[in-house]
Design a protein around this ligand. Structure first.
Ligand SMILES: *[C@@H]1O[C@H](CO)[C@@H](O)[C@H](O)[C@H]1NC(C)=O
Ligand SMILES: *[C@@H]1O[C@H](CO)[C@@H](O)[C@H](O)[C@H]1NC(C)=O
Ligand SMILES: *[C@@H]1O[C@H](CO)[C@@H](O)[C@H](O)[C@H]1NC(C)=O
Ligand SMILES: *[C@@H]1O[C@H](CO)[C@@H](O)[C@H](O)[C@H]1NC(C)=O
Ligand SMILES: *[C@@H]1O[C@H](CO)[C@@H](O)[C@H](O)[C@H]1NC(C)=O
Ligand SMILES: [Zn+2]
Length: 946
């Protein structure tokens, strides 16, 4: 039978490089090997909450129960040692594992050791790639992989990253996966035109060079595009949720169909082999929440393998086997081929000409912001202050606090239907509720830690709604103090705005010195009065600049001098507006404006001006549902745009998507730049894709890209950089212009599964969600722009933590009367880190060890001053920790750096050469790398015992 003759490639056998290799089924070098990978895709929340999915609750919404999947799969794996299964989402596996008996746990360990159950990806969830920030992604990966390592040891370490469902793929994710030690990466979704081209050229498997700064192969990641998303081939779905015919193999019965099944299978395999490079192909046998009754799948797969391979006796050169992604990858590696090189990313994703998945870059802007500040809070309060305050942080004066609750809440929030905004409303509420719960646990840690560090047991008050000028304490108190904690490893100055009722205040620093000329009182704007509803009644805002030392705090005390009517430093006039809107039927995932000319909300705005020594503001009011404040603080490097949008009107029965557009005279040649997950920057060009000839079918939506922390446009003279406070979508549709989508409200579902229009309301805003946010704009000459926007973006991502104590209620709260308020100021570092180095992670690891990540935050070409190597002495870093020893790990902290050996892959173009990264025990020379250490330490500060 000539039909199944394949071009045979030079097959070379290399010695098995890993324990996994030993458990892979043998393949046949002179045949087409079809790797069947049984798998389930278990969303960590989407149409149901993560807990509802785990238990199989609310099956009326969607039939799905992860606990039954794991029960059933383990049972079926035991029935036949040939069978394989992969599991991906540790958030679910962890829940299941906790509930198993020790004998079941032993059984599962055995399956893992024998490679019959293999963990793939292994993070807490399968993160979204368009709307996540790298620091939160690294954390969630670390958490899942740590559980796997501690539970299963080296056999539990995933070799393959597996993002089969996310809606487009970020280069920074690939870079992170490479630095986490993965040998390869598989995904399911890419632009339909891109796929068509890659199928013809057999480039569905490629080498992704995911950083333009790291020396190859540090950020090189072998990447495979799966043949059918992550579904089985058509006609071969044997789950209880599918309708395909089972294999009926009793020849005595009339409906015997083995020949038909085998022929259909061979046809599909042959078609698939024609668009891939080697004599190995992969088939994903499973889909969303499948294998709840795994017997159905395995019984048929056993037969499929048996009957197809039986044809080998008739000369058919096809060999079918149970496999896993790492066994498949190992064969590709053995093929010793060269692979095409890719250096850009896989955004935006379109599954058809008018179906660009670019709406979710902005969907649920309030949740996106809440996730981002929750990350800031986790890093600051739970992680840093827990370490700096020592053991009493967890259990001190204010009770037991913990960081795990927030870590888990943040980890599930990274899922590709969480922060992405593509879940049902009740699920979005569940993510927010988990984060809020995390905050409460963290606040206990903060209170304990600050009490220990400052020696004051005064009750700390948190004001989480300063964004809408609400804080009951500052509104009513005549005397209060503000503790400002700075999570960055360098000193920072921030403007603080507090709602107050008085008209004059004195602010003094820790030493009792008034912060003169730097304090002002401005009236609360009309937009703020409207957005805060009846939550607060303050008439003014007190504005002043605060400074805090690296990884430390300073304390300011504020006293009322004068009550009275609000200051009248405002005047009214009219000016041009520049906000615009487009309305169209898109949905949670998809952006599709019904016109490529946005509708301008208003050419004129009602304007109010406020000006004093601290701040100049122009308050613009375009419509009842769109306003903006253009604000410039004294000595600031950036202009602030505070936007307030909503409730978006729907009385015309049209959905709305609101963008802000900055038009400049910068000559951009249709090029602009966006960050990737908050880290490296990528170039974007209008109507252009670097690896294929684009036929553009959506002039706006097809030119939108994710912006996680910043975007810029530039020419030889000027660079305009916009730093965002959350992930948003944006584009540069016209020369010199940069637009960012702020909010969207839609009345139709976009038929991608969520089954609901994105029509957000909340308790406070029942008629439609109102969202407020900030953009920072800086204008610099291009050679120094990164020196401004890198630190600005950091200050936006890791915000200072403000806590308050009421001076009226607690006049004598100092436990120890310290000299000149000594404890009112503290730094966790012996000296500030150089500007190029960012302290990414400082978190308790074990009782006597902390996890530390430092990164060089500049790309190699970005800055004359800052793109240089930096030397740091880790032993002299911290003020409260005495470092006793240290060990370097991979980025996800689940493998020692010296044990990290990855497959090497050869690119078709460009040279990959091995780079050995050396680390002297105490000194590091980062380039642009995140470096992960475990430090063993002794806590030096002995806090007051309460
Ligand atoms: C891989 O192929 C190259 C030629 O491209 C060859 O020089 C090399 O020996 C091969 N490696 C192995 C292990 O066969
Ligand atoms: C602040 O002043 C406003 C307007 O006079 C008043 O409604 C509100 O109750 C005052 N708030 C406090 C806490 O005194
Ligand atoms: C959108 O939400 C509003 C406010 O809850 C509601 O009145 C309206 O019916 C909703 N429209 C759709 C299409 O869901
Ligand atoms: C203000 O911040 C809180 C979180 O502290 C957030 O939940 C809320 O959505 C924000 N309000 C607006 C109007 O954006
Ligand atoms: C992995 O877990 C084991 C305990 O199972 C522990 O001894 C080892 O240090 C861990 N490895 C890493 C890199 O953390
Ligand atoms: Zn999914």
């Amino acid at each position: 039978n000539d039909l199944f003759l394949f071009i045979l490639l030079n097959i070379v056998f290399l010695p098995a490089t890993s324990a996994i290799g030993e458990s892979c089924h043998a393949t046949k070098p002179n045949m087409l090997n079809v790797h069947l990978v049984p798998h389930t895709h278990d969303d960590v929340g989407w149409l149901k909450t993560v807990d509802q999915y785990y238990y199989g609750d609310r099956n009326d919404i969607q039939h799905a129960g992860v606990q039954y999947i794991l029960d059933s799969v383990v049972d079926q794996l035991l029935k036949n040692p040939d069978r394989r299964f992969i599991y991906v989402e540790t958030a679910f596996f962890y829940r299941w594992w906790k509930q198993q008996s020790s004998s079941m746990q032993q059984t599962v360990k055995q399956l893992v050791n024998e490679g019959r159950l293999e963990f793939v990806n292994g993070g807490w969830c399968m993160s979204d790639e368009a709307t996540t920030h790298y620091s939160a992604v690294i954390d969630q990966m670390t958490m899942g992989l740590r559980f796997l390592n501690e539970t299963f040891g080296p056999c539990g370490r995933p070799r393959v990253a597996w993002h089969i469902d996310p809606f487009g793929h970020a280069r920074e994710h690939a870079s992170m996966f490479a630095q986490m030690g993965y040998d390869g990466f598989f995904f399911g979704r890419l632009d339909y035109q891109d796929r068509a081209r890659r199928m013809i050229d057999k480039e569905q498997e490629l080498l992704w060079r995911a950083s333009d700064s790291l020396t190859p192969p540090m950020a090189d990641l072998f990447t495979g595009i799966l043949p059918n998303g992550y579904n089985p081939p058509q006609g071969f779905c044997w789950d209880q949720s599918c309708d395909d015919p089972p294999i009926r193999d009793d020849p005595d019965l009339e409906d015997y169909n083995v020949d038909d099944v085998v022929n259909r299978f061979l046809t599909i395999a042959s078609a698939q082999a024609a668009v891939y490079k080697t004599n190995h192909i992969i088939m994903t046998m499973g889909s969303d929440f499948q294998y709840e009754n795994a017997n159905l799948w395995y019984k048929n797969l056993d037969k499929l393998i048996h009957y197809v391979n039986a044809q080998q006796a008739n000369g058919i050169k096809v060999n079918v086997l149970y496999s896993t992604p790492s066994c498949y990858l190992q064969e590709l590696h053995r093929a010793n081929l060269t692979w095409s090189l890719k250096t850009d990313d896989f955004f935006p994703y379109a599954d058809d000409a008018h179906d660009f998945w670019t709406g979710y870059f902005t969907s649920r802007p309030a949740l996106k912001r809440y996730e981002r500040i929750s990350n800031s809070n986790l890093q600051v309060t739970c992680n840093q202050l827990e370490v700096l305050g020592g053991p009493v942080s967890r259990n001190g004066h204010f009770g037991e606090g913990d960081s795990q609750t927030m870590m888990k809440a943040m980890a599930v929030a990274q899922h590709h239907d969480a922060v992405s905004g593509t879940e049902k409303q009740h699920v979005a509420n569940d993510y927010a509720r988990r984060l809020a719960n995390g905050w409460q646990h963290c606040q206990v840690v903060v209170s304990n830690s600050l009490a220990a560090l400052s020696g004051s047991s005064a009750q700390r008050i948190y004001c989480d709604n300063l964004n809408i000028s609400v804080c009951p304490l500052t509104e009513s108190s005549k005397k209060f103090s503000v503790n400002v904690y700075n999570p960055l490893a360098r000193p920072v100055t921030w403007p603080v705005r507090l709602p107050v009722n008085g008209t004059a205040y004195t602010v003094s620093d820790a030493k009792g010195k008034a912060v003169d000329c730097q304090v002002s009182v401005v009236p609360v704007s009309r937009a703020t009065q409207e957005v805060r509803r009846n939550w607060g009644f303050a008439v003014n805002e007190l504005v002043f600049q605060v400074q805090a030392p690296p990884l430390g705090y300073s304390t300011y005390s504020v006293s009322l001098v004068k009550d009275g009517p609000p200051p009248t430093s405002t005047k009214y006039n009219a000016s041009d507006g520049n906000n615009s809107q487009s309305d169209q039927p898109s949905g949670a995932y998809i952006f599709r404006p019904n016109s490529s000319t946005p509708f301008i909300i208003s050419q004129t705005a009602k304007t109010e001006t406020v000006q004093n020594s601290v701040v100049q503001e122009v308050r613009q009011w375009f419509a009842p549902w769109v306003s903006q404040v253009v604000r410039l603080y004294a000595d600031s490097r950036a202009l602030e745009l505070e936007w307030t949008v909503g409730p978006l009107p729907i009385d015309d029965s049209l959905g709305k998507e609101v963008i802000t557009r900055l038009d400049t005279s910068i000559k951009t040649s249709e090029i602009f730049y966006t960050d990737s997950n908050g880290r490296e920057v990528l170039q974007r060009k209008k109507d252009f894709r670097p690896t294929w000839h684009l036929k553009q079918s959506e002039p706006i939506a097809g030119n939108y890209y994710p912006i996680n922390s910043r975007a810029f446009i530039k020419d030889d003279v000027d660079q305009l950089t916009v730093v965002t406070d959350r992930s948003q979508g944006g584009g540069s549709i016209h020369n010199g212009s940069l637009e960012i989508m702020l909010h969207r409200r839609l009345l139709y579902d976009d038929v991608r599964g969520v089954g609901e229009p994105l029509n957000e309301t909340s308790n406070i805003f029942p008629e439609g969600l109102v969202v407020r946010g900030r953009l920072l704009l800086s204008l610099d000459p291009p050679p120094t722009a990164a020196d401004t926007h890198r630190p600005l973006a950091q200050e936006m991502v890791l915000q200072p933590l403000l806590t308050f104590t009421d001076g009226n209620l607690n006049p004598h709260t100092q436990l120890e009367v310290s000299e000149e308020g000594e404890n009112d100021r503290f730094s966790g570092l012996q000296a500030a880190l150089p500007p190029a180095v960012h302290l990414l992670t400082l978190t308790q690891w074990d009782k006597d060890s902390v996890l530390l990540r430092l990164e060089h935050q500049f790309q190699s070409w970005e800055s004359k001053v800052n793109s240089q190597p930096v030397t740091i002495n880790l032993q002299k870093l911290f003020s409260t920790l005495e470092v006793l020893g240290m060990s370097e790990l991979n980025l996800s902290a689940n493998q020692w750096k010296d044990e990290m050996i990855r497959f090497d892959w050869k690119p078709q173009t460009g040279t990959g050469h091995t780079h050995t990264y050396s680390v002297n025990l105490m000194t590091i020379w980062p380039t642009v790398l995140q470096i992960t250490f475990i430090l063993d330490y002794m806590y030096k500060l002995f806090p007051t015992d309460f």
